[in-house]
Design a protein around this ligand. Sequence first.
Ligand code: GSH
Length: 211
Amino acid sequence: MLKIWGRATSSNVQKVTWLLDEIGLAHERIDIGGPFGGNREPSYRALNPNGLVPTLQDGDFTLWESNAICRYLANRESAHTLYPTDFQARADVERWMDWSTSMLGPALHAAFWGLIRTAPADRDLPAIRASAVKTGEALSIVDAQLADRPWVCGNRFTLADIALGIHSYRFLNLPWPLADATPVVLPNLLRWYARLGERPAYRRVVMIPIV
Ligand SMILES: N[C@@H](CCC(=O)N[C@@H](CS)C(=O)NCC(=O)O)C(=O)O
């Protein structure tokens, strides 16, 4: 059986387990990282030298990097709707996956750590505010993309929606302390987010307390 190493509360683990849930693929998930620890141990680093989660084991094959794992699983299961075979449609999906990791995730990072993993007295409010603004600007790009289509890459739900849906949930549900740092107005994104909320896999895997 497929093995996924990583705690259920990790956004990068959620990307993989949400996909597994969407395609109904049985797997075993092992809690590691965060409060569970274990991810810095040599035995885990032998699987993933970064000491980060998630890591996938498929028999003798081991893979880390959540986007790479999602692409591998979609290929393995011939999930061509989620990950199209047409090379331009595929590049479009990959573009949003890359952008989610290189732009959206980093933009949100300071707000997430400040609001969730830092005691109120120690919070750097200007950094949280800057992160909110930056993330709002990034999500405005997604909002514009969604103006004339139900899903990020068109009429079908793809890996791009999974990559972006993880960060969007956090942005829209963080306990923002400042009136002017609350999410910007993103009507198309909110409609898309409501569509995500209709997916049982999203509700099961992603819509859980942010810790
Ligand atoms: N680029 C990597 C990032 C992995 C990553 O940063 N994982 C975080 C959790 S989201 C982690 O392992 N943090 C340490 C921990 O959970 O203990 C990926 O997409 O898989």
